[in-house]
Design a protein around this ligand. Structure first.
Ligand code: NAP
Length: 456
C-alpha cells in the first residue's frame, strides 16, 4: 500500500496517542507530521498537569519514544490558521487530524464575573505551569480569602496549589514567577463551591483524598452538607467513585480542626450568583443555596432555593470547565464547543455528512472530559475511522505529498519551526537548571528564550 501522509495538529496527549495508533496500525505504512503552536510539546501534560503531580507527567517518556520514530516529524512553533492553514494541510497530506484541545473556558454568566480579581481557573493553571501566553499575568494573592467555583479536578488542583506550603512547591517544576508570588501569598482560606451535592462531585477520589494530606491545612466540611437526599444516596450506591468520594468527605468532615495556618473549606449545594465589588475589584461573593431536582434522564441538577448569603473573597477562580474554540475554516458546533464528528471523522455540521480526509481527537472531538489515558481509546477510535477511509477507494491523493514540501513551505513563509531535537536541547537545559536547584526542571516561560536555547 502507498505510504499514507498524515498531519496531526496539536501535540498533547490526544495528538501523541493518535500518532501512536497510526504507527501501530497493521499493514499501514505511514509518515506523520505533528504540528504544535508552542515550541514545546505535550500540551496539557506540560501546561495543565499540576506541578506537584510529577508521576502523571511520566507519560511524556512514551511520547518521546513516539516522536523518535523515523517516520514521525515534529514541527513546533507553528500556528494553525496563521503559519499553515486547512488548505495547506489538505494539499500536502492524505489525512489531517485536529487534536488541539479546548483552548478557552466556560463562563458563569453572573454579574461581576469580569471584575479584577476574578479569573478562569484555566488561566491560573497556565500561569503556574509556565505557559508562555500566561507568564506575564498576575494574580492578586494579597487577600486572606479566595473562592474556587466548581467541583472538578481543576478546582481541586487550583485550591490545593493555593493552600500548599510554597516550600513544598519549590521542589517541583512550578514556574518561578508563580512560586515567588505564592511565597508572598496572604491567602489563608480557600472556599471551594460545588453547585450540586457531594455525591455529584466531578473530582476523582485520589485527588480528593490528597486534600486531606496537605501539611499545615485544615480541611473544613460541614457534616450537614454530607447528608444525602434519597436520589443522591441511590447515585452514591450506584457509582463507585461517588461512594469512595463520600467516604473520604465523611472522614474529612469528622476531623477536628487543628488551628492550622491555612484552611480549605468545601461547600456543596451552593452557587455564586454575583461577584461583589470592593475597592475596584472583587471583594465578596453572593451565594445561593441550592437543592437537587431530577432533570432529563435522571440527571440531578441544581436549583436555587432563594436562600442567600455572602462570603469575602479577594480572589475568585472560576473552575467550571474548559471550552473548545473554532479553527479557521473547520466546521464547528457552537452549542457543544467542539468540531462535529462521527467517531472522529469530521462532519460538515452537527448531525451532518462526513467530510473527506479530516479527523479529530481528544477534547476538540468529545469535549473537555476524562483523564490523560481517556485519550488513548479516543485516538484509536479516530484512527479506526481513518483506516476505513484509507481502505475504501475514495481517498484522494494530495496534490503535493512530498515530505520536503513542508519545511520548504514553512521556510518560505519565514516560520521559525522547531524540531523534536530542538525541544530535546531545551528539555536538557531545563533539567540541568532543575538539577542545580533540587527540582525536576526549571521551566523556560518565554518563547524567545526557548528559541534562543534551542539555537545554541
Ligand atoms: P469538570 O470535571 O467538567 O468539572 C467542572 C465543574 O464545574 C463541575 O463540578 C461542574 O458542576 C461545575 N460547574 C459547571 N458549570 C457551573 C456553574 N455555572 N456554576 C457552578 N459550577 C459549575 O472540569 P475540570 O475540572 O475543568 O476538568 C476537566 C477535565 O480534566 C476533567 O475530566 C478532569 O477530570 C480532568 N483533570 C484531571 C486531573 C487529574 O487527573 N488529576 C486534573 C485536572 C483535570 P456540575 O457537575 O454540576 O456540572
Amino acid at each position: 500500500m502507498r505510504p499514507l501522509r498524515v498531519a496531526v495538529v496539536g501535540s498533547g496527549p490526544a495528538g501523541f496517542f493518535t500518532v501512536d495508533a497510526l504507527l501501530k496500525a497493521p499493514d499501514l505504512t505511514c509518515s506523520v507530521d505533528l504540528f504544535n503552536r508552542l515550541p514545546t510539546p505535550y500540551g496539557l501534560v506540560r501546561e495543565g498537569v499540576a506541578p506537584d503531580h510529577p508521576s502523571i507527567k511520566k507519560v511524556t517518556a512514551k511520547y518521546d519514544r513516539i516522536a523518535s520514530e523515523p517516520n514521525v516529524r515534529f514541527f513546533g512553533n507553528v500556528t494553525f490558521g496563521v503559519d499553515v492553514d486547512r488548505n495547506d494541510l489538505l494539499r500536502h497530506y492524505h489525512q489531517v487530524v485536529y487534536a488541539v484541545g479546548a483552548q478557552s473556558d466556560r463562563r458563569l454568566g453572573i454579574p461581576g464575573e469580569d471584575l479584577p480579581g476574578s479569573h478562569p481557573a484555566t488561566e491560573f493553571v497556565a500561569w503556574y505551569n509556565g505557559h508562555p501566553d500566561f507568564s506575564d499575568r498576575s494574580f492578586d494573592l494579597s487577600h486572606e480569602f479566595a473562592v474556587v467555583v466548581g467541583n472538578g479536578n481543576v478546582a481541586v488542583d487550583v485550591a490545593r496549589i493555593l493552600v500548599t506550603d510554597p516550600e513544598e512547591l519549590a521542589r517541583t517544576d512550578i514556574a518561578d514567577h508563580a512560586l515567588e508570588a505564592l511565597r508572598r501569598s496572604a491567602v489563608r482560606e480557600v472556599v471551594m463551591l460545588g453547585r450540586r451535592g457531594p455525591a455529584q462531585g466531578k473530582f476523582t477520589s485520589v485527588e480528593l483524598k490528597e486534600l486531606g494530606r496537605l501539611d499545615g491545612v485544615d480541611v473544613v466540611i460541614d457534616a450537614a452538607d454530607l447528608e444525602l437526599d434519597a436520589a443522591s444516596a441511590a447515585e452514591s450506591e450506584r457509582s463507585r467513585v461517588a461512594d469512595r468520594n463520600m467516604n473520604i468527605l465523611r472522614e474529612l468532615a469528622a476531623r477536628e480542626p487543628t488551628g492550622a495556618e491555612r484552611r480549605l473549606v468545601l461547600r456543596f449545594l451552593t452557587s455564586p450568583v454575583e461577584l461583589l465589588e470592593a475597592g475596584g475589584q472583587v471583594g465578596a461573593v453572593r451565594l445561593e443555596r441550592n437543592r437537587l431536582v431530577a432533570g432529563a434522564g435522571g440527571y440531578l441538577r441544581s436549583e436555587g432555593t432563594g436562600g442567600f448569603d455572602s462570603i469575602d473573597a479577594g480572589l475568585v477562580l472560576r473552575s467550571v470547565g474548559y471550552r473548545g474554540v473554532p479553527l479557521a475554516d473547520v466546521p464547528f458546533d457552537r452549542d457543544r464547543a467542539l468540531i462535529p464528528n462521527v467517531r472522529g471523522r469530521v462532519t460538515d455540521g452537527p448531525g451532518g455528512e462526513p467530510v473527506p480526509r479530516e479527523y479529530v481527537a481528544g477534547w476538540i472531538k468529545r469535549g473537555p472530559t476524562g483523564i490523560i489515558g481517556t485519550n488513548k481509546p479516543d485516538a484509536s477510535e479516530t484512527v479506526t475511522s481513518m483506516l476505513e477511509e484509507v481502505s475504501g477507494d475514495a481517498l484522494r491523493e494530495p496534490e503535493s505529498p512530498e515530505p520536503e514540501a513542508i519545511p520548504g513551505l514553512l521556510s518560505d513563509r519565514r516560520v521559525r519551526f522547531v524540531t523534536f531535537d530542538d525541544w530535546r536541547r531545551l528539555d536538557a537545559a531545563e533539567r540541568a537548571e532543575g538539577e542545580r536547584h533540587g527540582r525536576p526542571r526549571v521551566k523556560v516561560v518565554r518563547v524567545e528564550e526557548m528559541l534562543r536555547i534551542m539555537d545554541t
